[in-house]
Write a protein that binds this ligand. Structure first.
Ligand SMILES: [Cu+2]
Length: 448
């Protein structure tokens, strides 16, 4: 987004009303809730609704507490394979759910105790698709994720939420990372990219400055893009207080260039440099990141997109109006370190707003460099997943919520059909919206 577009966004027709409308209904779909229907002269009958999402290979959440009584269980297959959900002790099982399907189970008269749950597809429980419903006297429907209670009145909450949302559209934005790095072309045609690893002050939220561990002073690191057949040289200079290295994730390189000390090289010590050299052999959607003290170095910012060649647009999407790409977006997910819950190194309301026109198509690649899986949801258009980890799918798959696990990349085409401010966020709700309003892994697409 250039400055002109940003000022249009700030002063243009997207005022509070539009923002508030666009974000309405944001948080109602996943939370458990308990209601009490008291019949005259009878004890209250408690009924509770809970949700589980099935993926490869997890049941999310994997533990829920409910009070005794009737429990409505909504089971959604958010994965890429067929799954089911079974409560063996109650002889209750969903049918085999295709990706995207949802089925509701009614658990009648649950009494205090534990109800193990699992997916009954062979091998899936052993791979991690197990969980538990704890029936506990007096329990609300809570998950294993703590929710901060609020003492604010609803008027105070509304005011705080509105103020945060308006900062997103009205405040000038600080510098964004992930800008493309132009190579130095050497005499033999090799494309050289110079990366300096260093700690800088980085504004993740308006006024919140953290120590980011960066390539070339930005989070994400600069985008590197080359063509199939290019000779590539990446010169890493280490100005960090610890050793580091660079691994090219999802890119075919000789073993000596894999960037994993001590297997393939020595650590690049503070003050030292290392040069990676390889030929870009295959079209790829990869990432480059540290493979040294990674649990600190990567969440703190040492990661970027590494792209080789271009992704073909499936011919079958022409019937959906998708014949070309008008805009390319890398969306790097993070959830830890000094950067915290962030999209491209920024937390809402500091995240970058995107703009598009009705009829246009945006190609988004999600890169998860965090510690958790994130179900990414753009309001309104269904996304067409065209590639997983850079490999084109035989047929594109429609998904409005795309679960991206750590290390994964999904390439998705979004075709815009209606104008407005459309929220775009992680659908783990405590990564996105709380009593103070939206935060963390939230941005929006402004479609005109
Ligand atoms: Cu998330």
């Amino acid at each position: 987004m250039n400055n002109d577009e940003r000022s249009v966004l700030a002063v243009g027709g997207f005022g509070l009303g539009v923002v508030a409308l666009a974000f309405a209904g944001f948080a109602i779909s996943r939370s458990g809730n308990t209601s009490t229907a008291a019949a005259p002269g009878a004890p209250a009958a408690v009924s509770t609704t809970i949700d589980f999402t099935l993926t490869e290979f997890a049941i999310t959440p994997n533990m829920l507490e409910v009070p005794p009584g009737n429990v409505t269980i909504q089971v959604h297959n958010g994965g890429l394979a067929v799954h089911n959900l079974a409560i063996a002790s109650r002889n209750l099982t969903t049918r085999d759910l295709q990706p995207g399907e949802t089925q509701t189970l009614e658990l009648k008269n649950a009494t205090v105790g534990d109800l193990p749950i699992q997916c009954n597809i062979p091998g899936h429980a052993a791979s991690g698709m197990t969980g538990m419903i704890h029936v506990v006297a007096g329990a609300g429907a809570t998950t294993d994720t703590a929710v901060t209670p609020t003492s604010m009145s609803y008027q105070q909450m509304d005011k705080a939420m509105t103020e945060r949302a308006l900062r997103f559209v009205n405040e000038p934005k600080s510098t964004f990372g992930g800008t493309r790095l132009e190579p130095i072309i050497l005499a033999d045609g090799t494309k050289e990219f110079d990366l300096t690893a260093k700690i800088v002050d980085w504004e993740v939220e308006p006024g919140k400055i953290v120590k980011a561990w960066t390539y070339n002073g930005m989070v994400p690191g600069p985008e590197i893009k080359v063509n199939v057949g290019d000779k590539v040289k990446v010169v890493l200079k280490n100005e960090l207080p610890e050793s580091t290295d660079i691994h090219f994730h999802g890119i075919r390189v000789p073993n000596a260039m894999d960037g994993v000390d001590p297997f393939t090289q020595d650590p690049v010590e503070p003050g030292k440099s290392f040069t990676y050299e390889f030929t870009a052999l295959e079209a790829s959607v990869g990432m480059y990141h540290s493979h040294h003290d990674a649990q600190q170095q990567i969440p703190n910012g040492l990661a970027g997109a590494f792209l080789i060649g271009d992704m073909p647009i499936p011919a079958s999407l022409a019937s959906k109006g998708i014949t070309k790409v008008d805009q390319y977006v890398n969306m790097m997910l993070n959830d830890a370190g000094t950067i915290g819950l962030a999209l491209n190194g920024k937390s809402f309301p500091a995240t970058e707003p995107y703009t598009a026109k009705v009829g246009e198509t945006m190609q988004v690649t999600y890169f998860n460099e965090g510690l958790m899986a994130h179900p990414m949801h753009m309001h309104q258009p269904v996304g067409w997943v065209i590639a997983k980890d850079g490999v084109p799918l035989a047929e594109p798959m429609a998904e409005d919520t795309i679960l991206v696990a750590p290390g994964e990349r999904y390439t998705v085409l979004y075709h815009f059909v209606d104008p407005g401010v459309w929220a775009w966020h992680c659908h783990i709700l405590n990564h996105a919206e709380g009593p103070q309003g939206m935060f963390g892994m939230v941005t929006a697409v402004i479609v005109k």
